[in-house]
Design a protein around this ligand. Structure first.
Ligand SMILES: Cc1ncc(COP(=O)(O)O)c(C=O)c1O
Length: 477
């Protein structure tokens, strides 16, 4: 086939051959994951000379393009799905999710209007209804799939303010441990910084209801209008869950919208441990979930669940003339009316294919694995002389740091720096990928072992190596 002036069409034969080549590359990567290091980064100065180039005027042989993608580009990235990737909030998609992602894009499903995707729209409604049951939300609650938790938080913030009638001095109450995307959503929605109250947390890092109540009273006294409380259903730093029942009571008393950002933690509701922690989640007006975190989905798959989907339609529905054919009556949901996007991919397919293929029970078991591994890590940390626990294992996250050896003195800054150098060593030696955070102003090491491939050995060996590094890495360099 001549390369110059190549048509955009590919023959069926080529599609099959190249498609199988892609599957081979993926299978090889997945099966070799454990022997590769969990982390690979590079500076721009390192990658630009390798990858930056002028735009080609003519096409190149596609096999060569595929080879470059697989060998030269994709490996220069963190292996987020590696069994010892414990940093941030890992993602480890199940294979049916990958299949669903590919099918949805290759079948060019336009999931914005019912007219263009009746079957897919019904599947989205069906999967949302499964989520509704899991969360314990009332009949009629529903929502939409989004690109991720950030988009879901933004949609919730906008719907809440719309329901409140767009007051001039709208006030929002968020936790000190709220994810940055909540604050960003408020800023995008036009809240000024002084309209966003950050409520301090207590020792377990959860918001104190009384502190919000006091802030609400102060704000009302000066003519401001409280609109929204955004709680955590698993804070990214520590896994902390805010007192959801208390906050639901408060929101009901004060006529506020209760949003729960359960992007990472929400699917813990599948497990008995998670149900206990997330008690009251089903009472929220809206809940953010990220299936691309703890429901083992490919990027991108976020979700917003709302008690009353009419709140979304009221805030987002606009009917221009050129879409008049798509108005098919209320029964036929146009998902574009529920959020930001008109053109939407069929994200629900991959979630549906995963749940259909493995069943709810296997997902419960996989989520539980993350919770149990973090608890096992906590026990090891408590039992070790070299480490000190900073936050108890909660919804699959545990924070800790190295403890100064007896008789050794260091300033708080030196202690932070020592821990940072221990973290560097863990990553450099390919033991695991772990991230850090700050708790109470101090540097903390953080483990989030929620990948379904991760074993208890992966976690215990990592902690053993960290203990060794506390002896190898000098407190002051
Ligand atoms: C609690 C929480 N909320 C929101 C987000 C943002 O979600 P996304 O990255 O999917 O936009 C994250 C993580 O990324 C999170 O952990």
């Amino acid at each position: 086939m001549g390369v110059k002036g190549r048509s955009l069409e590919w023959s069926e034969e080529e599609i099959r051959r190249l498609g199988y080549a892609v599957v081979d590359a993926v299978a090889e990567r997945w099966s070799g994951l454990r022997v590769e290091p969990p982390w690979r980064d590079a500076t721009r100065a390192e990658v630009a000379p390798l990858l930056d180039e002028p735009c080609p005027e003519e096409g190149r042989p596609v096999d060569e393009v595929l080879r470059r993608a697989v060998e030269d580009i994709l490996p220069i990235a963190g292996r987020i799905d590696h069994p010892r990737f414990f940093a941030f909030v890992p993602s480890s998609p199940a294979w049916p999710s990958v299949m669903g992602d590919w099918l949805a894009s290759a079948f060019t499903i336009f999931q914005g209007t019912w007219l263009e995707s009746a079957g897919p729209s019904q599947i989205e409604l069906t999967v949302l209804d499964w989520f509704r049951e899991w969360l314990g939300m009332p009949e009629g609650a529903s929502g939409l799939f989004t690109s991720g938790g950030s988009a879901a938080n933004l949609i919730a913030v906008i719907a809440a303010r719309h329901r409140a009638g767009h007051p001039d001095q709208a006030m929002a109450y968020i936790g000190e441990q709220s994810h940055s995307s909540v604050e960003r959503a408020l800023l995008i929605a036009g809240y000024r910084p002084e309209q966003i109250r950050k409520i301090p947390g207590e020792a377990g890092y959860a918001m104190r209801t009384e502190a919000i109540r006091a802030a609400i009273a102060q704000d009302r006294a000066v003519g401001r209008t409280p609109v929204l409380v955004a709680a955590n259903g698993g804070a990214t730093n520590t896994g902390a869950v805010d007192p959801l029942h208390e906050l639901a009571d408060l929101a009901a008393e004060e006529g506020l919208w209760l949003h729960v950002d359960a992007a990472y933690g929400g699917f813990a509701i599948l497990t008995p441990e998670g149900r206990e922690k997330l008690e009251g989640l089903g009472r929220a007006d809206s809940v953010t979930l990220d299936p691309h975190k703890w429901l083992f989905q490919t990027y991108e798959a976020g979700c917003l669940m709302v008690r009353n989907p009419d709140d979304l339609t009221a805030a987002f529905h606009i009917m221009p003339e050129y879409l008049q054919d798509t108005a098919l009556g209320m029964e036929q949901v146009n998902f574009a009316d529920r959020g930001l996007q008109l053109t939407r991919s069929f994200r629900a397919l991959k979630v549906w294919m995963t749940i259909q293929s493995v069943g709810r029970a296997a997902l419960e078991e996989a989520v539980r694995g993350g919770i149990v591994r973090a608890e096992a890590a906590e026990r090891r940390i408590r039992d070790s002389d070299e480490l000190v626990l900073l936050s108890e294992a909660c919804l699959g996250i545990v924070c800790f740091r190295a403890r100064l050896p007896d008789g050794v003195e260091a300033t708080p800054e030196e202690l932070d720096d020592w821990n940072r150098r221990i973290q560097d060593r863990v990553i450099e030696e390919g033991v695991a990928m772990m991230s850090s955070t700050r708790l109470g102003g101090r540097f903390a090491l953080r483990l989030c072992p929620m990948n379904y491939r991760t074993t208890e050995d992966d976690v215990s060996q990592t902690i053993e190596r960290i203990r060794e590094f506390t002896r190898d890495v000098p407190v002051t360099p």
